[in-house]
Design a protein around this ligand. Sequence first.
Ligand code: CU
Length: 168
Amino acid sequence: MTMPLRVLVFLAGLGAGQFALAAGVTVDNAWVRLPVPGQSVAGAYMTLQSPVDAALVGVSSPVAAQAELHLMGIDSSGVMHMQPVARLALPAGKAVRLAPGGYHIMLEQLRQPLHAGQKVPLELLVETADHQTEHVTVMADVLGFGSQPAGPVHPGMPGGFGGMSNLH
Ligand SMILES: [Cu+2]
């Protein structure tokens, strides 16, 4: 859909302009679902890949007072629910997808209304197997209703998650 984003990866403690690519995490297709008017939460999605075993252990964004990694699931009675996730494993060489209906970043207490076409910075904290942590800054596109990538459609849920804009 979009070109892979160029991400800036830097080791904590390095000076400005020094970009270490030790972990080399790449982030593709980062996007934020445009919240319905009046809502102060928005879901953010992307595909992460690390060449070495790593984990996503934290998220933040200047546009939100709080951001959390969540997993959405559907229980045996068909009720959708979600839970905070402290860390998301990024196995070496495996693309890990954050997408509607599954893992997502929830931006909470938005500090400003978002609009389609806007780019929102997301700060990802990635921990590698040797317990180094790196910040990965990625710009995510705010996508309105018609331009969102097709997400997984849950069987028995006509229209899939795209029709449920209050969820994320
Ligand atoms: Cu959530």
